[in-house]
Design a protein around this ligand. Structure first.
Ligand SMILES: Cc1cc2nc3c(=O)[nH]c(=O)nc-3n(C[C@H](O)[C@H](O)[C@H](O)COP(=O)(O)OP(=O)(O)OC[C@H]3O[C@@H](n4cnc5c(N)ncnc54)[C@H](O)[C@@H]3O)c2cc1C
Length: 361
């Protein structure tokens, strides 16, 4: 079992994409003695290991789209020591449910310089015959989007951080953090002892609010939201490995993508919930079948080979919270990565590490 050190320059709470990317940039930027603390036995047991792995650059607003476009560029051309080829570029089709949705997608792409073209829905059906009948006014094809190998990304980030001197301690829960009595620094109290540091990075995903409270921060109002994903049986009419993923955007959302790990579909549910292990609803299979009947009737006939759910967590402002706490001067938030953490984590970690390094410098 990894030993908990007595001191660290920064303690990063959470070993998902948010914590791993922040640690990678800190360590690679020359900050010595960065410590990542993860409660679970394995990394990626929560959102970072259970997501759909789609790299979609056009997002819901300017802040998200900017982060996703920067994050995607870093995944396409990873810097030295980064995860090796975590992205397979496949392109994507975002099928717009209505004219307003189409205009919003095109507007985001144009404002952020994302290569794209508007195509007829018939092009989607020709390219991926299993999507015959997908309803929409048109689709936006984004050739630089793709499929992320989430495991390779997470372990690449953690491995790279380690090689640059960071330490990772698993099976260790952070319980509280408080200023050292009568001295400089902060004591981080964990289930395996106390470590002294100058900065605590809250990258605890759905538990970010709890970890912040344990550090004495005011409630930010992070909201975990549950979503189901499914593996579907492969079919001769696709989508094949390497095909663009297809995401119907707007009312009646749903997506399907294929990759080395299988064919994944979702009906894009978003049920507000509390932090914890996400369960699968008893009617989840029926809900997927109903959505697919509308979106892609041929896919509705495929067998569901596995299903799971997991939590996406949002900050109240929408985009992620990446910055110092307004009251607790040594607490830095990297939380609320919502539904874009795989795509945007490399950019988010870079922004976080710049701000933290400026303080530690
Ligand atoms: C169903 C689903 C589909 C998704 N699909 C996509 C997609 O296609 N593309 C995309 O870009 N993004 C996608 N996402 C979003 C992406 O997965 C998340 O934004 C990202 O994984 C969040 O990373 P995180 O590090 O903030 O959280 P997590 O991965 O949850 O990591 C937080 C870690 O903190 C640890 N922790 C919590 N409390 C403590 C404590 N007290 N002490 C120590 N450790 C603690 C937890 O154990 C956990 O490992 C999807 C998410 C879901 C749920």
């Amino acid at each position: 079992m990894d030993r908990l050190p007595e001191h660290a320059s920064a303690v990063v709470v959470g070993g998902g994409f948010a914590g791993a990317a922040t640690a990678w940039w800190l360590a690679r930027g020359g900050i010595a003695d960065v410590l990542v603390v993860e409660r679970e036995d394995l990394l990626g047991l929560h959102a970072s290991g259970r997501n759909a792995g789609m790299c979609r650059q056009i997002a819901e607003d300017d802040r998200w789209t900017a982060l996703c476009a920067r994050g995607a560029a870093l995944l396409r051309e990873p810097p030295d020591g980064f995860a090796a080829r975590p992205l397979t570029v496949t392109g994507s089709y975002l099928v717009a449910a209505d004219d307003a949705t189409l205009a919003a997608l095109v507007d985001q792409a144009g404002r952020h310089g994302i290569t794209h073209r508007v195509v007829e829905v018939a092009e989607v059906e020709r390219r991926v015959p299993a999507l015959a009948g997908v309803p929409g006014v048109a689709a936006v094809f984004t050739p630089d989007d793709g499929v992320i190998d989430a495991t390779a990304l997470l372990h690449g980030l953690v491995g790279g951080a380690r090689r640059a001197g960071a330490r990772v301690v698993r099976r260790c829960q952070v319980e509280a953090a408080r200023p050292v009595a009568g001295g400089d620094g902060v004591d981080v109290v964990t289930s395996r002892g106390t470590v002294q540091t100058r900065v605590v990075v809250c990258a605890a995903g759905a538990w970010a609010g709890e970890v912040g409270a344990g550090a004495g921060a005011r409630d930010v109002g992070f909201q975990p939201v549950r979503r189901h994903l499914f593996f579907l049986a492969q079919g001769a009419d696709g989508p094949a490995v390497g095909d663009p993923f297809v995401w119907r955007v707007g009312a009646g959302e749903g997506y399907v993508r294929n990759g080395a790990d299988g064919l994944i579909a979702s009906y894009c549910d978003a049920t507000p919930t509390v932090p914890g292990d996400a369960r699968v609803d008893a009617d989840a299979d029926e809900r997927l079948a109903a959505r697919l009947t509308t979106l892609a009737p041929r896919l509705a006939e495929r067998a569901i080979t596995a299903r799971w759910s997991c939590l996406r967590t949002y900050a109240p402002e929408g985009p992620p919270r990446v910055g110092w706490d307004r009251d607790v001067p040594w607490l830095f938030w990297v939380a609320g990565l919502g539904g874009h953490g795989a795509t945007a984590c490399a950019a988010i970690g870079q922004d976080a590490a710049r701000a933290i390094a400026a303080r530690l410098g």
